[in-house]
Ligand binder design. Structure first.
Ligand code: GDP
Length: 140
């Protein structure tokens, strides 16, 4: 079944010039981009995005990082795109990520790990709605 996911090229990925590299991997995988924009999140917007992690010890740090510079946020559509995108990304901790994954190749540490991808259909629905309204999603 076709599904949608929210992908973010995080501030470290944008700063390192990895927008094209990441998009290339998505397009090669057959993911279709149905919405995309640059955003420089405020601290408050980053806190809202990562609200599920409010109680985690790294919440303060990750929301500082996510509001430290521009990101590219996009909606990808394909069969099973949520899990397929997580496979392309690799594990949260790049040291545990499989060979050839985006995080294994480009992440600097567990926090500055280049990309975000929704982890379930429920999360995807929340995260897509956080950045895009219905008019901003193209119909394929
Ligand atoms: P993801 O779904 O693979 O992005 O991982 P999580 O949802 O568990 O964590 C969200 C984001 O918080 C990660 O992508 C990292 O940027 C950051 N993060 C996760 N774990 C840690 C940690 O132990 N320390 C720090 N500083 N950041 C973390």
């Amino acid at each position: 079944m076709k599904e949608r996911t929210l992908s973010i090229i995080k501030p470290d990925g944008v700063a390192k010039g990895l927008i094209g590299e990441v998009l290339n991997r998505f397009e090669h995988a057959g993911f279709q981009v149905v919405a995309m924009k640059m955003v420089h999140m405020s601290k408050k917007q980053a806190e809202g995005f990562y609200a599920v992690h409010r109680e985690r010890p790294f919440f303060e740090s990750v929301t500082d990082f996510m509001s430290s510079g521009p990101s590219v946020v996009m909606v990808l559509e394909a069969e099973n795109v949520i899990s397929r995108n997580r496979e392309l990304m690799g594990a949260t901790n790049y040291k545990e990520a499989a060979e050839g994954t985006i995080r294994r190749e480009f992440a600097m540490d567990i926090e500055k790990n280049v990309v975000h991808g929704s982890d379930s259909p429920e999360t995807a629905a929340f995260e897509i709605g956080y950045f895009f309204n219905a008019l901003e999603l193209v119909r394929l």
